[in-house]
Ligand binder design. Structure first.
Ligand SMILES: Nc1ncnc2c1ncn2[C@@H]1O[C@H](COP(=O)(O)OP(=O)(O)OP(=O)(O)O)[C@@H](O)[C@H]1O
Ligand SMILES: [Mg+2]
Length: 336
């Protein structure tokens, strides 16, 4: 049984003049101890997917459908009480912007201890602080016994990120959702944080969802990948497969536009154009307006949205033309 199962997740925000379709039919499963990466350009629905799993997208203007199972049970998002017991304890999240989730006027030790106390009713403050020191040590914050008395601004960006991770880990969650945990950090600190996540994952057999727009991060830590485009999962596979044989033209485009991912004498090839607005998605395949293969060979790309289908074992892509078909088209073209 998988630890997390998400089925057909749809999230829309109804605004006064438009409806933003942020997540559109996303389904996936995640096993214990594994790391799943969500990659995709800005606005593709990565954070909203994560927030929806945590039960954090709510409000009158939100339309949300789909099901989420955790540890064998369907999460009831209407039941605030059970949601509170899952959130922060069973599933913890490290948010995209660490400064906005740390309170500037409270000592970091108290803030970390607080996330322990929320889920350990009856525990003494002293015990919570002891746990805070322990988890700060685990995430590599030097002199934690004195540093619990410092305020967030007294830490560097990398150390603040460790504090966020400590806060998420203090209740030993089964699943950690980390939304761009290293984006704001320089490369060496980034590598340290990723190593840290990997180590902590091993120690606790924790599953991780890692949201990133950086394929370098994916290759470093992820077992499996979901490539998101305009609210949809357009390709899913193991990280190895994604790099070795990308199926979807969007994934291929992302990989081709990476520095260091091309021959010495070839140039970086950026994907032309920009993603569509989530408030005004094309009627067919959302990627069609940017895709060099769109409508080739009689494919209905402008009028029909391709479903995510398995192209090989544990590898799925949402494109009418599989990579093998594209090679054939190229051969035919060069034979002419
Ligand atoms: N509360 C909201 N109200 C209206 N629209 C929203 C809201 N939150 C997100 N959106 C929209 O939903 C879409 C998906 O947003 P999301 O934050 O999930 O993107 P993302 O993939 O995480 O991007 P980034 O890489 O920039 O973090 C975007 O078009 C965004 O503008
Ligand atoms: Mg985001």
């Amino acid at each position: 049984m998988s630890l997390l199962k998400v089925e057909n997740l749809d999230v829309s925000f109804v605004l006064s003049d438009s409806t933003v379709q942020a997540v559109n039919g996303v389904s996936f499963e995640l096993e214990r101890g594994r790391t799943l990466g969500f990659v995709g350009e800005s606005g593709s629905g990565k954070s909203v997917t994560a927030q929806a799993i945590m039960g954090l997208v709510a409000g009158e203007n939100v339309e949300l459908t789909g099901s989420v199972w955790f540890d064998g049970n369907a999460i009831d998002y209407e039941d605030e009480k059970s949601l509170r017991s899952i959130r922060g304890q069973e599933i913890a999240m490290v948010f995209q912007d660490p400064l906005s989730s740390l309170h500037p006027f409270y000592k970091v030790g108290d803030q970390i201890a607080e996330s322990y106390l929320v889920h350990h009713t009856g525990a003494k403050k002293a015990e919570a602080l002891e746990e805070a020191v322990k988890v700060m040590t685990e995430v590599g914050i030097p002199s934690p016994k004195t540093r619990i008395n410092d305020y967030p601004h007294q830490f560097s960006g990398g150390m603040r990120q460790r504090i966020m991770i400590a806060m998420a880990l203090i209740n030993r969650p089964k699943l950690l959702i980390a939304d761009e945990p290293t984006t704001a950090l320089d490369v060496t600190v980034q590598a340290q944080i990723l190593q840290l996540l990997k180590r902590l994952q091993k120690e606790n057999n924790m599953a991780i969802i890692l949201i990133t727009h950086d394929f370098g991060v994916v290759s470093e830590v992820c077992d499996d990948v979901i490539v998101m485009y305009a609210g949809k999962a357009v390709e899913t596979a193991s990280a190895d497969e994604i790099f070795k044989s990308p199926e979807h033209p969007y994934t291929k485009g992302l990989l081709d536009s990476l520095v260091g991912n091309q021959d010495m004498d070839s140039e970086l090839i950026p994907i032309p154009g920009t993603p569509p607005s989530a408030a005004d998605l094309p009627s067919g395949c959302s990627f069609a307006p940017r895709c060099t293969w769109a409508n080739k060979d009689g494919m209905p790309c402008d009028s029909k949205a391709p479903a995510l289908v398995e192209t090989s074992s544990h590898h799925s892509s949402a494109c009418f033309l599989p990579a093998s078909g594209r090679s054939k088209l190229l051969e035919r073209k060069s034979a002419k």
